[in-house]
Each structure stands twice: as structure tokens, then as C-alpha cells.
Design a protein around this ligand. Structure first.
Ligand code: ADP
Ligand code: CP
Length: 316
């Protein structure tokens, strides 16, 4: 039996970027629940983390469209929108996993924990936005949004333009002890949703939300180390990590050593804001302790990847 942290991509949960409906996301969550519950059925301890890039950006845009801007300040700040996205996605996942377990007669409880993750207020990520959020736009639409709303818009891995926001590195998981207690008690826990709501710790020990989106792969890696997990499984829209991605000479990789990963990063094979943080998270977990391994694959190939049939394994 292994302890496995599964990180689900926010984009992967919105399988068709043109259909941002709750119904479509719930359907994807139900499909995603199947390989997750396969692992639970096999006796593994599974902790589920998830992204929120598309969803948090859409929540922010919805509030803006509802004309809730007062004196130029958003009425619904970014951290609150992040917390909403954690609740929204967590709700879908916990319902889907519960239903799948019930259908198989598995007597386990599942719950989401709205998680706060501490970041450094001086993190360089605040000065250089890299995290794509919200929907995809054409170059023309993106330039218009940049001008009208002051957003920073960037091309996202050949899929179109998206708003990018600050993405500071995760330092600590505030609810760590509660998560550990629930996992140790045998419950299925959904946590660090959207990388967790980013908070800074003030001198008096209080927490304050900040406008940013933490990369959920990096937060999941931190969580996997804290929980002493055996495997970190990152599920996204592609079956394998590739070099020369989207080019005629694309080559999918079955495994990558740390040394090879460093070389491929230097050569610029992994897009910042999409594949690069996954590779970095996978590398960090693999090097944190001998024997730990990370796997990157697609939602529907999770089971095959865990049996070594596909996916990309990152090892020391
Ligand atoms: N070298 C690469 N190999 C595979 N996919 C890549 C690569 N570089 C960029 N990508 C893109 O990164 C995407 C995964 O990042 P993203 O969509 O941000 O993840 P998430 O599913 O966590 O939201 C893939 O679907 C693919 O389009
Ligand atoms: N927060 C986060 O990393 O979201 P995505 O998985 O959607 O990029």
C-alpha cells in the first residue's frame, strides 16, 4: 500500500475550454473519480489536490462583469475568489468520489479542506506574473483586455492568450495538522485546492490573503513531502511530457532522470506556467528522499501510468 498525492489540473478539469459550465466540470470530476477510487479500492491512501486556474479567473471575471467595481477596487478580492474556486471544485470532487465509492460499496468518507498556504510577501513572483488564469482569448481580444482592464496577457502553451497573475512559491500549509489527522484516520482528503489560498503571516501571527494564485503542482509537492507520501501523481491534459512539444519532431518521454530534467529545462522544452512547474514539482519530490517518485500523465491514463504502462516517471 502506498500513500499517493494526486494533483488534478484545473485545465484538465475543464476538459473542453469552450464549455465552462458546472455541469461539464461535474461530468469530468465523475470520470476522474473512477481512477482515483480504483486506487482507494486497491488499498492506497489517496490525497487529492487540484488546480483552479480557469475557474478562479472566471470567478473574478464574473464579479467584474456584474459591475461590482467600486472606486477601481474589486469588490471581490482575488483571495476570496480563490477560496470560492476551492469550494466549488472541492464540492464537485467530493460528491463525485463519494458516489463512486458508494457504487462500489467502499465505506470511506471524503471531504474538502479549504486550505491556506503561506507565501513570502517579498517573493519575486509578485513582480513577474506567470500564472495563467481564466479563459483563453485570441491575440486581438487579449490586447483589448490588456488595454481596457490593465491585465497582463500572455500566450499559454500554444492554446491562446490568457491573463497571468502573480504566483509566489508555497512555504507552509496552514491546515497541515488537520490534513494529516484526517489522512491518518483513513479519510479521503481533498486539499490545497488551487494551490491553497495564498496568505502572508503577519508579525502578530495573523494571516492575510494576497492577490495571487499558487501553482498547485508546487503546493501538492509540498503537501506530499509533509505527509511523507510515496508518490506524487500529476494529472493533466497530456499523457506524457514531451520534448519539442507541438513541433514535428515532438518526442514523448517515458521517464526522466533529474539530470535529464535539468538539461531539458535549460533547453527550454517546458512552457512556463504550464509544464515547467509540473516538471519542477516532480523533480523536487523525486530528490526529497530516495525511492520517492513522481508521475505526470492524463486523467484517463492514471491507472495505466501507476502500473508503469504509460505516463512520464521522474526519478532521482
Ligand atoms: N513539454 C511539454 N510536454 C507536454 N505538454 C506540454 C509541454 N509544454 C507545455 N505543455 C502543455 O502544458 C499543458 C499542461 O499545463 P496546464 O494546462 O497548465 O496544466 P493543468 O492541467 O494543471 O491546468 C499540457 O496540456 C500541454 O498543452
Ligand atoms: N492553481 C493552479 O495551479 O491551477 P492550474 O492547475 O489550473 O494551473
Amino acid at each position: 500500500m502506498s500513500r499517493i498525492v494526486i494533483a488534478l489540473g484545473g485545465n484538465a478539469l475543464q476538459a473542453n475550454p469552450k464549455d465552462t459550465s458546472a455541469e461539464a466540470q461535474l461530468f469530468t470530476c465523475k470520470e476522474t473519480a473512477k481512477p482515483i477510487v480504483d486506487l482507494i479500492e486497491e488499498g492506497h491512501e489517496v490525497i487529492v489536490a487540484h488546480g483552479n486556474g480557469p475557474q478562479v479567473g472566471q470567478i473574478v471575471a464574473t464579479y467584474e462583469a456584474a459591475n461590482t467595481i467600486d472606486d477601481g477596487k474589486p469588490v471581490m478580492p482575488f483571495p476570496e475568489c480563490g477560496a470560492m474556486s476551492e469550494g466549488y471544485i472541492g464540492y464537485h470532487l467530493q460528491q463525485a468520489i463519494r458516489e463512486e465509492m458508494r457504487a462500489r460499496g467502499i465505506q470511506r468518507d471524503v471531504a474538502s479542506i479549504i486550505t491556506q498556504v503561506v507565501v513570502d510577501p517579498n517573493d519575486p513572483g509578485f513582480k513577474n506574473p506567470t500564472k495563467p488564469v481564466g479563459s483563453f482569448f485570441s491575440q486581438e481580444q487579449a490586447m483589448k483586455l490588456q488595454e481596457e482592464k490593465g491585465y497582463v496577457m500572455k500566450e499559454d502553451a500554444g492554446r491562446g492568450y490568457r491573463r497571468v497573475v502573480a504566483s509566489p512559491a508555497p512555504i507552509a500549509v496552514v491546515e497541515e495538522k488537520i490534513i494529516k489527522t484526517m489522512v491518518d484516520a483513513g479519510h479521503v482528503v481533498i486539499t490545497v485546492g488551487g494551490g491553497g489560498v495564498p496568505v502572508i503571516e503577519k508579525e502578530d501571527g495573523t494571516l492575510e490573503g494576497v492577490a495571487a494564485v499558487i501553482d498547485k503542482d508546487l503546493a501538492s509537492e509540498k503537501l506530499a513531502e509533509l505527509l511523507d507520501a510515496d508518490e506524487l501523481v500529476i494529472l493533466t491534459a497530456v499523457e506524457q511530457i514531451a520534448i519539442n512539444f507541438n513541433k514535428p519532431n515532438q518526442k514523448n518521454l517515458a521517464s526522466i532522470t533529474l539530470e535529464e530534467a535539468h538539461k531539458y529545462i535549460e533547453e527550454g522544452h517546458f512552457a512556463p506556467g504550464s509544464m515547467l512547474p509540473k516538471v519542477k514539482a516532480a523533480m523536487q519530490f523525486a530528490k526529497s528522499k530516495m525511492g520517492r517518485k513522481s508521475i505526470v500523465t492524463s486523467l484517463n491514463k492514471a491507472k495505466d501510468a501507476l502500473q508503469g504502462k504509460t505516463g512520464t516517471v521522474i526519478i532521482q
